[in-house]
Design a protein around this ligand. Structure first.
Ligand code: G6P
Length: 364
């Protein structure tokens, strides 16, 4: 651990601020403007094979799993292939049906997580094709997989994942674009997504420049007994990852829920001492999300919205720049990384080494 801290007090802070460069790296050399697609040299799947994929199943643990959930949505949206993500451990213990027309993708920062590796080995034993979306080059999962994408986040030291989470989501956007362009995605949509990808590093830098305001809000919310994180569809994996981040580093209890499920249980928890963070992208579900904010407000719960414009029903809004709707989840999570960091700082936590957690879980 002799990396230059570059003036940052923790690796978490340093790694959050490395994101504009990290995202630049995952894109570098991969964009093909002429054909409005991307080149993914290590994938090992040709266009004919890509067209034959009937389903995509993404497997990972912790933040890798949540990044995989964003990935599944991107693949469904851009490539119109049914896709979902599942915790690798659940998958390997439930004797899942291994389907020859399904493309399996293992996601891992370290490439060494035991449950994810075991899922890959089991899949390979049963003849499945498995790709890796991995950060550490030459790691066990990268070696076992038939091919894949390196996410090029650079070394991640802090136990909680930040830049690797973001880069993994971007890597999935590249994969989704690639699969889309050999199937049904138009040239103009390909160009639109490429332009959006290129805007990401600058927009992340813009979000990080708002640190002082995020820190101020984090300090006021950090006194909460518990927090609810809600989002719909594109916002839901963002809410899950943000709740996870807050739990991991600040030890504040947090629960993530699909916004529409609130009324089926967790609404009973809402009261002034239990604030909510609502992820509110400017997409076709904006009005539905606004109704959720009203529902929470009516129970006198304090609300922090993460949105593209100030939300009237919220007490506070962190405004995030707009990209393309498909790529917005990548940006909406970034201020919530800083939110978790500053909540943990205010509570005096050991940010880089949270209690009971390990960077990489290489045992069962
Ligand atoms: C541990 C870490 C998490 C991480 C997960 C998966 O639980 O504390 O931050 O998301 O493992 O790790 P991987 O290396 O497979 O991405």
């Amino acid at each position: 651990e002799s990396y230059d801290m570059g003036g940052h007090d923790t690796y978490m802070h340093k790694e959050i601020f490395e994101q504009p460069d990290a995202v630049d790296r995952v894109l570098r050399g991969r964009i093909d403007d002429r054909f409005a697609t991307v080149r993914l040299g290590g994938l090992g799947i040709d266009a004919r094979e890509a067209r034959a994929v009937r389903r995509v199943k993404i497997l990972g643990c912790g933040s890798a799993y949540y990044a995989g959930q964003i990935g599944a949505q991107l693949i469904e949206e851009l490539a119109r292939i049914p896709a979902d993500a599942e915790p690798a451990s659940e998958f390997r213990y439930r004797n899942a049906v291994v389907d020859p027309d399904t493309l399996y993708i293992a996601v891992s920062q370290s490439g060494e997580t035991y449950d994810t590796l075991a899922a890959v080995q089991e899949l390979k034993r049963k003849g499945a094709r498995v790709l890796g979306v991995v950060n550490v080059v030459g790691s066990a999962i990268a070696r076992e997989a038939d091919g894949g994408i390196y996410v090029h986040a650079g070394p991640e030291v802090c136990v909680v994942s930040t830049k690797c989470f973001t880069n993994t989501a971007v890597a999935f956007a590249l994969l989704a674009l690639h699969l889309g362009r050999v199937r049904d995605l138009s040239v103009s949509d390909g160009k639109r997504i490429i332009a959006g990808l290129r805007r990401l590093p600058g927009q992340i830098a813009e979000i990080l420049a708002g640190e002082a305001e995020i820190a101020r809000l984090a300090r006021t919310y950090a006194t909460a007994r518990s927090m609810m994180f809600v989002g719909r569809v594109r916002g839901y994996p963002v809410a899950r990852e943000a709740a996870q981040k807050l739990k991991e580093v600040s030890y504040v209890h947090a629960e993530a829920y699909p916004a529409s499920e609130l009324k089926h249980g967790p609404l009973a928890l809402i009261e002034p001492e239990v604030p909510s963070v609502a992820v509110v992208p400017d997409d076709d579900l904006l009005e539905k999300n606004r109704a959720t904010l009203e529902e929470i407000k009516a129970r006198s719960g304090r609300i922090l919205a993460v949105a593209h414009q100030p939300q009237e029903a919220a007490d506070d809004t962190l405004v995030v720049p707009r990209n393309e709707v498909e790529l917005d989840p990548i940006l909406l999570g970034v201020p919530l990384q800083l939110f978790a960091y500053h909540a943990a700082l205010a509570l005096g936590r050991d940010i880089d080494k949270p209690r009971n957690l390990a960077k990489s879980v290489t045992v069962e």
